[in-house]
Design a protein around this ligand. Structure first.
Ligand SMILES: [Zn+2]
Ligand SMILES: [Zn+2]
Length: 129
């Protein structure tokens, strides 16, 4: 797979980050590292990397799309009130994924599974009005 220099720059940036990051923030981070590229190029490169299975996109409760490298099989409990995302340690659909790959001859790059509700702190706030 031949990658453009812009795609390489984005991959290198994502490798250094732990958190998911929005396209806008990728644009800013690259500029801070003197590796600037236009925002349109950031989006185009992310799209290409996504189709290659290198990068995965996650949509936050506020509708913002955030990106990260694909290898992480992580799932979250996301609080709709304060927006906190708590990673859950195990993947409950790992076996299902392998079954589906076989039964549908489908090459699965990644899956998403998220749980939405209120965190323990926000439940307290809710109860007190
Ligand atoms: Zn909360
Ligand atoms: Zn999983």
């Amino acid at each position: 797979m031949i990658r453009t220099r812009s795609q390489e720059k984005i991959l290198n940036l994502l490798k250094t980050l732990k958190e998911d990051i929005s396209a806008q923030d990728i644009y800013i981070q690259l500029r801070n590292r003197n590796q600037s590229m236009g925002l349109a190029t950031v989006y185009r490169s992310l799209e290409a990397l996504k189709l290659e299975g290198m990068v995965q996109v996650r949509i936050l409760a506020n509708g913002e799309a955030v990106y990260n490298l694909t290898q992480k099989d992580e799932h979250y409990l996301t609080c709709l009130r304060c927006g906190t995302s708590i990673p859950i340690p195990q993947c409950p659909v790992h076996n299902l994924e392998q079954q589906l790959e076989k039964s549908h001859k489908f090459n699965i790059f990644y899956h998403t599974l998220e749980f939405f509700g209120l965190c323990s702190e926000c439940q307290g706030l809710q109860a007190n009005g």
